[in-house]
Design a protein around this ligand. Structure first.
Ligand code: AHM
Ligand code: MG
Length: 342
């Protein structure tokens, strides 16, 4: 007979969200309701991702998104579910998503004070081969909550203004990792009871790792300093940490989650193919970097802290270097020419 003795404390995500909101005496419950709508969308997307192989839902749609990429059916589905779930509570004033060319204004009611940015299904090239994909989200407040309609400045805020961010990973289990600025917590979905249960609290990235993650197929097009840095990581020296292992999934969110757990460095530099970097700043990079910084990690575009960049447009791209404090310090030495490797 099950005794339940072996269980750690069982904390559901709903319970956790409510507890965190109660830390703010001025809280109205709107934020809790917003996050609950979001976790509902994630549950539905997770169900469809799990069923996709059986449902004949996989395959190409005939449309392309603003980046010229062919959209897959699950991308479109996840986008629609998120928008539907997040619009119903009346708290959201605008969305920007990877799948839509323009910002969607949801409400011009004064009480609709949140702006949601998301990548509904990150890693879409991995969908057809059953490799981990995920959903990324970031939440801002309107800059002036007395104003009715959101303006472009509300959507194009610096990452440091995020009030919450997170991601769901559809991997060997469905995992939801989020932060509201009080540390990073991970919840694992139990489909038999329909609940996300706290599985890791107050996650911290290791001070250093021994893995690097990048699309090294682009190395020919990289800046010499970046090439030099990666060559250094691959060369044995007295430090047993070297040479580093290469790990690359090609789903940003999955590569980031491994980084968060094992430490090391992730890089997607600018290159001649992608002169401004490939990854999208406001709905892919900023939310992940917010989580990373909350866990003790560091992220830059090679010069500036990512969360300090003022976005100019919703689909803006950025180079990205992120990781543990030690690898990021080492990278900076190479970028500033205070260390080289031959
Ligand atoms: P997307 O699938 O949402 O369009 O995201 C772009 C993906 C990232 O998840 C991933 O890290 C990157 O593109 C991989 O790029 P590449 O194939 O150039 O290595
Ligand atoms: Mg993406």
């Amino acid at each position: 007979m099950l005794s339940g003795k072996g269980f750690k404390r069982l904390i559901t995500i709903d319970h956790h969200i409510t507890k965190e909101e109660n830390l703010h005496p001025e809280a109205t419950g709107e934020f809790t309701s917003l996050l609950n709508d979001l976790t509902l969308a994630v549950r539905i997307i997770s169900r469809e991702v799990r069923r996709a192989g059986l449902n004949d839902i996989l395959g190409w749609t005939n449309t392309t998104n603003i980046h010229g990429e062919i959209r897959q059916k699950l991308d479109t589905y996840a986008n629609e579910i998120l928008k539907k779930a997040m619009s119903q509570g009346g708290h959201v004033c605008a969305f920007a998503t990877e799948e839509d060319d323009e910002v969607t204004i949801v409400s011009s009611d004064k009480k609709s004070k949140y702006i949601i940015l998301f990548d509904p299904l990150d890693g879409s090239s991995n969908i057809n081969v059953n490799i981990t994909i995920g959903t990324i989200f970031g939440i801002y407040k309107k800059l002036d909550i007395d104003k009715k309609v959101c303006e472009s400045s509300d959507v194009l805020q610096r990452g440091r203004n995020l009030v919450a961010a997170g991601y769901a990973l559809y991997g060997s289990s469905t995992l939801l990792v989020y932060s509201t600025g009080n540390g990073v917590n991970a919840f694992t979905y139990d489909p038999t009871i329909g609940e996300f249960l706290l599985s890791k609290s107050n996650m911290k990235i290791p001070q250093f790792g021994r893995q690097y993650s990048t699309n090294e197929g682009n190395a020919f097009f990289w800046d010499e300093k970046v090439k030099n840095f990666v060559d250094y990581l691959k060369t044995p020296n007295q430090d047993k940490r070297f040479p580093y292992d290469l790990r690359y999934i090609g789903t940003l969110i999955a590569d980031m989650h491994r980084l968060l757990n094992y430490g090391g460095i992730y890089l997607y530099p600018a290159n001649q193919k992608h002169p401004h970097g490939k990854l999208r700043l406001i709905y892919e990079v900023n939310p992940l970097v917010y989580i990373l910084e909350q866990s003790g990690g560091i992220a830059t575009d090679g010069k500036n802290r990512i969360l300090d960049i003022l976005p100019q447009q919703i689909h803006q791209r950025t180079p990205l270097f992120m990781g543990s404090p030690e690898e990021m310090a080492l990278l900076n030495k190479f970028l500033n020419n205070t260390q080289t490797h031959n």
